[in-house]
Design a protein around this ligand. Structure first.
Ligand code: DC
Length: 219
């Protein structure tokens, strides 16, 4: 008989675009020996596929029809999440200007979210994770006690994207992500807020560890 799988836990990191949550999640995962899962990449991958198929992202019926033909395989390399979409790893294409401009429209479609949330929850069957996104503490893993909402001033976030060399209207994306009807960006019940406007990577990680210890993480 196969022994029951050990229970795994998730640390949920949510926050607006370019708040530094990906870097924080990556560093926490390294420090704590967990897998870092970037849920935004999943929404980006679907957006990339929709654009490749020359479907209008606002045509929900067409997006939902395409969704039936999209096979997303999510995994990890022991450190971070990996994904392929219909057998292809889109890599850097996930961060192109066209994906940045359309990802919030695709992420607002409930059917897209349902498909991706199921894949996100699957990670917990396999391993302990730090997952970052917009609805991780509120919808994907509402029962986890470990939740951080990472925020940063808007001008700091816009400057971060410019530094990354990306064309990305973070204010517009945040407005769309916060106002959508399904799983909007909110401060999840029980989440602690970490203002990342002036932290270095190291001091941000220290602040996050203090929060997580306070939330009961043994580390
Ligand atoms: O984290 P990111 O900026 O790469 O995410 C890209 C978009 O995906 C973001 O604007 C909204 C959407 N997203 C979401 O709706 N829910 C998540 N859990 C993660 C991302």
């Amino acid at each position: 008989m196969t022994p029951p799988a050990p229970p795994h836990f998730a640390i949920a990191i949510d926050g607006p675009a370019a708040s530094g949550k990906t870097t924080l999640a990556r560093e926490l995962a390294k420090l704590l020996g967990l897998v870092m899962v970037n849920s935004g990449e999943m929404y980006r991958a679907v957006t990339w596929q929709v654009l490749n198929a020359q479907i209008d992202p606002h045509d929900h019926a067409a997006v939902i029809a395409l969704l039936q033909h999209i096979d997303i395989q999510c995994g990890d390399d022991g450190i971070s999440s990996t994904l392929t979409i219909n057998g292809i790893d889109p890599g850097a294409a996930l961060r192109c200007a066209a994906v940045n401009a359309n990802v919030s429209t695709i992420a607002a479609i409930p059917e897209v979210r349902a498909k991706l949330v199921a894949l996100q929850r699957d990670y917990l069957k396999r391993t302990n994770i730090v997952m970052e996104g917009r609805d991780i503490g509120s919808v994907v893993f509402p029962d986890t006690p470990f939740k951080i909402y990472v925020d940063a001033a808007e001008h700091v976030r816009a400057a971060r994207r410019v530094k990354m060399g990306e064309i990305d209207s973070v204010a517009q994306r945040d407005a769309a992500d916060s106002r959508r009807a399904t799983a909007p960006l909110i401060i999840a019940p029980g989440a602690a807020i970490l203002d990342n406007s002036h932290h270095t990577i190291a001091s941000g990680v220290r602040a996050a560890i203090e929060i997580l210890k306070h939330q009961g993480l043994q580390c």
